[in-house]
Design a protein around this ligand. Sequence first.
Ligand code: GLU
Length: 426
Amino acid sequence: MAQDSIMVEDHLRHPLFQNAMQSVEEAGKIINADPNIINRLKKPKRCIIVSVPVRMDDSTVKVFSGYRVQYNSTLGPYKGGIRYHQDVCLGEVVGLASLMMLKNSLMGLPYGGGKGGITVDPTKLSRTEKQNLTRRYTSEIGPFIGPQKDIPAPDVGTDSQTMAWMMDTYSQETGYAQPGVVTGKPIEIGGSLGRTGATGLGAVYVAEKAFEKKGMSLKGATIAVQGFGNVGSHAALYAFERGAKIVAISDVSGGLFNGDGLNIPDVIEHVRINKSIAGYSRGQKISNEDLLLLDVDALFPCALEGVITEKNAEKIKAKIIIEGANGPVTNDATKILHKKGVFIAPDVIANGGGVVVSYFEWVQDIMSFFWDESEINNRLKGIITKAFDRSYVMAQEKNVDMRQAAMAVSVERLQKAMLLRGLYPR
Ligand code: GLU
């Protein structure tokens, strides 16, 4: 019966995707876009759902659900990370894939947008189980990925080791080493210098620009970082190295506050040994929710989506928000914060450093010629600063917030390319 059917539209009701599509619609209005283009951008091109059977250490077989969403390929091969998290679902992956399309377009990269994920809590898996899961997932999506087709990378819950297993599985199955099939690999097998810290470094480059626009300086500024994974820990480190005072951090175990500023290299060493900030003694405990409401110069939400909503936006005291995560501030919250005068550097700019250096890695793999780290960081700074500046100009010209402006710049490039390529067959 029709009313019992689960339609594609039901998955697309995921709030992350709804937020992204509201941004696309607003962007369309700002640039007076062709409505046919906006309609097309509001649907994914292809969603792949796979079952991933894994032999667990107790020799039982568990079957996990995996996804790869290929959202749009107008500008080039699909590109985007793979997430391992217990809350991964098709709707979330579609939302994240659409954000990759918008980010890649804004950054001026020759990529479409994609994203993948498996519904699994990776902290509950042994190394062998994680390897088996990754290899079988790679094999299942194998026909759809490749250096010229779709290039995965790390995201929440995955890392360079995950990418090494993906690269090896794909290479074994195709018969020769293909480092360009994934980015975010270890250096030894075709990874790029600077890739691990790239998202955090990009966020700090963006923060420097945001502080400048607010007439403030990152040096001496107080910062709270929510999420201390790859993005949050590197953002905290690079901001610390530039003289900012990181007064609070958090991870799944909770938060830490130290009004005099935390010694970030010391915390990172603690996390390396203990796998979490829990037990670090030089700070007071604070909840994740309270961290978001601290009276700081800048807040870096670097964990998951939907942490700042219309429920807590009014209570935010930070002057600047740098979105290290994808979708941490909802559109409703953005509007409230914008009215309060809070400067938000949106995800598509603020965390774009990861995919920019992924692009450098892919280019280096194709050329088999590798660059030094200063070249990588300088080029990253150039690209991310340009994306910021173009969005800032759009925001001033059209009197809109930075998220709307960034989306408008992004959709404008996509529209031009789509009109040039035309509709097939017609
Ligand atoms: N997962 C990262 C992101 O959300 C990186 C994607 C990539 O490097 O392809 O931007």
